[in-house]
Design a protein around this ligand. Structure first.
Ligand SMILES: [Zn+2]
Length: 227
């Protein structure tokens, strides 16, 4: 059975972005995660949240929740500090030292191959490389998942970009398995209802995309020629 690990980002003393009325990103993303859990559990999927309340687990603690599982995906949820209200972006991890080779979608490339070519600054961290760069083994499936999610999201949140964005999102780097971050805009609202209204369509979109995602088999062709 597929497990979906939902990650309401921030928490505890880390509120994330704050709105003009004091609205905290950490609270909004927890509401989003709870709505998404209901939608996913209705599809008979196993769902874990990296935090159930206002705790603040570390990046590594959150990664640990998925890294021991074999058939699981990780979805981190954020709300931006600004930007057009009602739009959504999906991110997958881009390794900064891998900008040029990333053009080549080499599925299953051994993760160690990048180690000898890394610069001096990276070599000092060589002993940490396996955990620290766990996402290297899942770059292609994460990108596939991100395309799927963003394609569904853009239908419900008009004005969102058509494609996901590659970026070095810290939380995703230490995850072994398909991992994406979804960022909704924005916390800069005076009426919290404008964000509340996004929870249900977001949950439905996540449910639909996850249902179409087949990480371990030959995936159906994804839209717009995505790899
Ligand atoms: Zn955030």
């Amino acid at each position: 059975m597929l497990t979906v690990v939902l990650d309401p980002a921030h928490g505890g003393a880390d509120f994330g972005a704050r709105g003009p009325t004091g609205l905290a990103e950490s609270d909004v993303v927890l509401d989003f995660a709870r709505a998404a859990r209901i939608a996913l559990e209705a599809q008979r999927l196993r769902v874990l949240l990296t935090r159930e309340g206002n705790q603040d687990p570390t990046f590594d603690a959150r990664s640990t929740m998925i890294n021991g599982l074999t058939n699981a995906i990780f979805i981190s949820l954020h709300v931006s500090s600004s930007g057009p209200v009602g739009t959504v972006r999906t991110y997958y991890y881009l390794f900064p030292t891998n900008v040029t080779p990333a053009v080549n979608p080499a599925v299953g490339a051994p993760p160690q191959t990048a180690t000898p070519q890394t610069s001096g600054a990276q070599l000092t961290r060589a002993s940490l490389i396996q955990w620290d760069q766990a996402q290297r083994s899942s770059v292609d499936s994460s990108r596939q998942l991100a395309f799927l999610v963003q394609t569904v999201l853009v239908q419900r949140f008009k004005g969102s970009p058509d494609a996901p964005i590659a970026a070095p999102v810290r939380q995703l780097r230490t995850i072994k398995g398909p991992a994406i971050a979804i960022e909704l805009s924005s916390i800069d609202v005076t009426d919290a209802k404008r964000l509340d209204q996004m929870a249900q369509p977001l949950a439905e979109a996540i449910g639909r995309a996850v249902a179409e995602f087949h990480p371990l088999s030959a995936a159906p062709t994804t839209p717009s020629g995505a790899h």
